[in-house]
Ligand binder design. Structure first.
Ligand code: TYM
Length: 340
């Protein structure tokens, strides 16, 4: 008897430089997950079109992101690595799922609400793609009969919507989609800004001192960590308390992810250590980690023909898998097909 591994899907948008939030929230788990799951790692370039930027090359950013996938240990012989726009089935399913999603559901999406409002609380002009974004995400996931989706906390609501849409279609047409389960770690699933630790670290932050990018100069990484906000408790004890000590808790989450040590183990080890010394330790570990990652990234990024070969082979495999779901839903919906 053949036992198939559960299917796992994850993606990152190639819409700018990746941050340690992206890495710690999801990508750091990907290499290990290849052993236990059948993994699909997608570069969500169509999602990136929802925010149009000047002086930005999407093509370069796709190749940058792909290089980071490889540098993080994703192995094209074990996993399917592909670019979303190369697999047309994503857009095909997207239209169908639009017709099973409610306007009011999308209006409730926190990320949409945040992206729509300016810093001064004005409503921005937004494209329909930004509104529709979670349905394209649902299409990505449901196309592959995905069981698990490793993501950061900000994607939880999108996963709930994905399950709702899948359930709605299944209730009407029989079991077409597998209901996916999000994998969200207890720690590290919401890395916060360094200077404003009650706000999520985000690649689009205008204050770059809030964010550590995977390609930051190592000297900047050290400086950013040293300048990170802590708190003014008289007894500068290091322990995890997200409410009372958001800055220290955030640094602990970063430290824990990079050293692979549990937060409670670290808290014990750090007894008696002062804030400045703790920041030095975080800065040293993080900069050592990033300089290794950057070396590996540069090696992959310098070989574009290899990157394109991986993307091509991944797209072929992903098309084959996703076409099964498309054919199934087409026939259930009564859409006429020449291919049957
Ligand atoms: P993106 O590119 O915004 O984020 C990619 C992943 O990084 C996580 N993340 C964080 N985790 C912890 N702390 C942070 N500060 C932080 N910032 C970002 C996000 O939760 C995400 O897991 N829409 C998705 C991309 C996508 C996708 C999908 C994901 C498209 N289709 C299907 C899963 C399944 C996104 O937010 O990308």
């Amino acid at each position: 008897m053949i036992f198939h591994k559960p299917i796992l899907f994850s993606a990152v948008q190639p819409s700018g430089k990746l941050t340690i939030g992206n890495y710690i929230g999801t990508m750091r788990h990907w290499s290990q997950m290849q052993n236990d799951y059948e993994c699909l790692y997608c570069i969500a370039d169509l999602h990136s079109l929802t925010i149009q930027k000047k002086n930005f090359s999407l093509k370069e950013s796709i190749l940058d992101t792909l290089s980071f996938y490889l540098a993080c240990g994703v192995d094209p012989n074990k996993s399917i690595i592909f670019v979303q726009s190369h697999v047309y089935q994503h857009s095909q399913l997207n239209w169908i799922l639009n017709c099973f999603s409610q306007f009011s559901e999308l209006l409730r999406m926190t990320q949409f609400k945040i992206k729509r409002i300016t810093e001064n609380n004005y409503i921005k002009k937004t494209n329909v793609g930004l509104f529709n974004y979670p349905i394209l995400m649902a299409s990505d996931i449901l196309l592959y009969q995905t069981n698990f989706v490793p993501v950061g906390q900000d994607q939880k609501q999108h996963l709930e919507l994905t399950r709702k849409i899948a359930h709605r279609v299944n209730a009407l047409y029989g079991k077409i989609f597998t209901l996916p389960t999000p994998l969200i770690s207890q720690y590290g699933s919401k890395i916060m800004s360094l200077l404003e630790p009650r706000k999520k670290m985000s690649k689009s932050d205008i204050n770059k001192k809030n964010v550590i990018f995977l390609l930051d100069d190592i000297s900047d990484v050290i400086l950013k960590i040293k300048n990170a906000v802590t708190d003014s408790e008289k007894l500068s004890k290091i322990y995890y308390d997200i409410e009372k000590k958001p800055g220290i808790s955030n640094l602990l989450e970063i430290f824990s992810a990079i050293t692979n040590k549990e937060i409670n183990v670290l808290s014990k080890e750090l007894e008696g250590v002062m804030y400045a010394e703790f920041k030095n330790m975080v800065a040293t570990h993080l900069s050592n980690f990033l300089s290794k990652l950057q070396k590996s990234y540069i090696k992959y990024r310098s070989d574009e023909s290899y990157l394109k070969k991986i993307a091509y082979e991944g797209a072929i495999k992903a098309q084959l898998k996703s076409e099964k779901t498309i054919q199934n839903i087409y026939s259930k919906l009564g859409l006429f097909s020449f291919f049957k």
